[in-house]
Design a protein around this ligand. Structure first.
Ligand code: TRP
Length: 328
């Protein structure tokens, strides 16, 4: 039987953080045994916000190198840049003719982003979800691992696929969201009610993979706790529970074992130890990242090969779509 297809995209901007690692990449690395996996650095999407060209190029490479360093084997997974496969943009145009203004107007991310960026509410920001639908549908994707913030976009991709299929027959697989069987949700260190996010204005909320050990320790020391000085995992202790989750993820110890490890500790000591555990666990990945990013020839080879693979996988869908809609 053919393997099911998993596709996910990640923005080319900003740095990866430990939430991307512990909550996403680490689980993705296991999926390739069971699924055909494509992970795309969505550099075209990044153009919806004004970018410095050199920085964008560097960040896009950095994201890709980090994913490899974190364990996504480029032989088993197709790790590539969206802009290297022109079918993304082509299919996006076609699908935009099957997407209603009203649907796009309802997208909460568009509303949020335009409110934050009034000086540059461009058409790309508006049609962002159509390009995302094209990303997914291009590969006949079965499953899409995405966070809650992308659910609405995925729903739109499903609606567009179904609409297209109704007119032209079974052209697209209608994708589903994928929630990995194991997966940690890492929360912001100073506001544990929300997810850790690279776009957080408060840098102390987020541990970047590229943060130096000193910075990592400093950020953990400042993590929000509470006033009762008890280290246990519970809903009414979001800060402490989040730190226990991080510790458990990076050490491989269960939550119960982790709680036991700190039976004698106060909060200060606890936060320091969690920080140290993260620094230690990250060390080999950081070394691997440094090695990869310095090995330009190797990385270029991986990037070119993956783009070729992705183009090849996208071609049959594009051919069917062109025929379906009547392009000569
Ligand atoms: N919009 C997604 C995000 O901001 C990134 C993305 C683009 C994506 N295309 C995708 C995610 C396709 C999953 C599938 O996180």
């Amino acid at each position: 039987m053919q393997k099911k297809i998993i596709f996910s995209g990640m923005q080319a901007t900003g740095n990866l953080h430990i939430g991307n690692w512990l909550g996403a990449a680490r689980n993705w690395a296991r999926l390739c045994a069971e699924y055909t996996c494509l992970y795309c650095v969505v550099d075209l999407h990044s153009l919806t916000v004004r970018q410095d060209p050199a920085t964008l190029r560097e960040n896009a490479r950095s994201v890709l190198a980090w994913y490899i360093a974190l364990g996504l084997d480029p032989k088993e997974n197709t790790l590539y840049f969206q802009s290297h496969v022109s079918a993304h943009a082509e299919l996006s145009w076609i699908l935009s003719c099957y997407t209603y203004m009203g649907e796009l107007n309802r997208m909460t991310q568009f509303k949020d982003k335009s409110a934050k960026n009034e000086a540059n509410i461009n058409a790309g920001l508006f049609t962002y979800p159509v390009l995302m639908a094209a990303d997914i549908l291009l590969f006949q994707t079965d499953l899409v691992p995405v966070g809650d913030d992308q659910r609405q976009h995925l729903e739109l991709a499903r609606d567009v696929a179904q609409r297209f299929n109704q007119v032209y027959g079974e052209i697209f697989v209608v994708p589903e969201g994928y929630i990995p069987p194991v997966g940690a949700r890492i929360m912001a260190l100073q506001s544990p009610g929300k997810k850790m996010s690279k776009s957080d204005e408060n840098l102390y909320n987020c541990i970047f993979l590229s943060d130096s050990p000193d910075v990592i320790i400093k950020k953990f020391k400042r993590a929000v706790t509470d006033s009762d000085n008890e280290i246990r995992f519970s809903e009414d202790k979001p800060g402490i529970s989040n730190l226990l989750t991080v510790y458990s993820c990076v050490t491989g110890r269960s939550i119960d074992q982790s709680v036991a490890d700190f039976a004698q500790s106060g909060y200060g000591d606890f936060k320091l130890k969690v920080g140290e555990a993260v620094v230690e666990a990250l060390l080999p990945y950081r070394r691997e990242y440094d090695r990869l990013i310095a090995d330009t020839a190797y990385l270029d080879g991986v990037i070119a090969e993956a783009a070729g693979k992705a183009r090849h996988l996208a071609a049959p869908t594009m051919a069917r779509v062109r025929t379906a809609v009547g392009l000569p």
